[in-house]
Design a protein around this ligand. Structure first.
Ligand SMILES: [Zn+2]
Length: 294
């Protein structure tokens, strides 16, 4: 959302869920459905001209990287068979990751995922062309896909990892009624896998780690750093998130309140105490410190 305030940048949400969003007629962050959004219509019209089919009429033909939805699930597409085949491909990638570099380079990812990389670039190019942008931000969160996209076009792809203090994540999940284990598991497992994967396969100057807390406290200096990283000049329009209407096709509900800006939420400092804090420290304190939170 933050980078979407730059006139050269398109912020798109989690693109890997766009087929599901189209099928379910989900909301674009501009307020209408993605199927009726005029800006996305320009993208799909261009895509149809360039590739011979309109994603609005055949959403899953976009063929993007495996993504399992847990909210607003399209049960007609995300069947138990499809989930099993996704898990099979994920297991293959996990095994491949155990190979030493010399063997790893000789093995290929499943053909459907290789095709998904090409398909993502097609969609990105349609967005950039239709919206007249030089940079497109995809907030899909799959580390393996990020590695493969970067490998395919290392001169064009940059990877940004935005972290949040695990204590804040843990507290908000506990307040939402989730168990202690569940409140840590997703956060911990994601970063445990993401960082080693990127550090193993991606050139260090193509990967940037940012803390959400820094972004909320010092948006201008972080904005300058971000723009330098992706090779554009910082503009102050990024600091006023209410002035640009974004068209985020999928993602969490904060995309509907971009105009409120990025607010620092550190309630864990006063509300996460005693046994709860001790549990977090025992389970994930080391990883949290590794992410820079002391
Ligand atoms: Zn829209």
């Amino acid at each position: 959302m933050f980078l979407g305030g730059h006139p050269f940048v398109a912020s798109t949400g989690e693109l890997n869920f766009i087929s599901k969003s189209l099928t379910n007629k989900e909301s674009c962050s501009c307020g209408t459905t993605i199927n009726e959004c005029g800006e996305w219509a320009r993208v799909f019209d261009k895509f149809a001209r360039d590739h011979g089919f309109d994603p609005r009429h055949d959403p899953y033909r976009l063929g993007l990287w495996d993504s399992r939805a847990f909210n607003l699930v399209d049960t007609s597409h995300q069947t138990s068979i499809r989930i099993a085949s996704m898990q099979f491909r994920k297991a293959l990638l996990n095994v491949r990751e155990l190979l030493p570099d010399s063997l790893h380079k000789l093995t290929r990812i499943p053909s459907s995922l290789k095709q998904a990389v090409d398909n993502k670039f097609r969609l990105i190019e349609a967005i950039a062309g239709a919206w007249q942008k030089t940079h497109v931000i995809d907030s899909s969160k799959n580390a393996r896909e990020a590695v493969e996209l970067w490998r395919h076009k290392p001169d064009q792809v940059r990877i940004i990892l935005l972290t949040r203090d695990g204590r804040g994540v843990y507290l908000s999940r506990r307040k939402a009624g989730r168990s202690r284990e569940d409140s840590i598991a997703g956060w911990r497992n994601y970063y445990r896998k993401f960082i080693p994967l990127i550090e193993r396969h991606v050139a260090p100057d193509c990967f940037l780690r940012l803390q959400y807390e820094d972004l909320a406290r010092h948006p201008q200096s972080v904005g300058i750093e971000l723009c330098k990283f992706i090779g554009i000049k910082f503009t102050t329009s990024m600091l006023d998130m209410g002035t640009t209407t974004l068209h985020l096709a999928s993602g969490n509900d904060t995309r509907f309140s971009a105009s409120k800006g990025i607010r620092l939420d550190e309630r864990w400092r006063t509300d996460l105490l005693g046994d709860e804090l001790a549990y977090f420290e025992a389970q994930a304190g080391e990883l949290n410190r590794h992410l820079g939170y002391h």
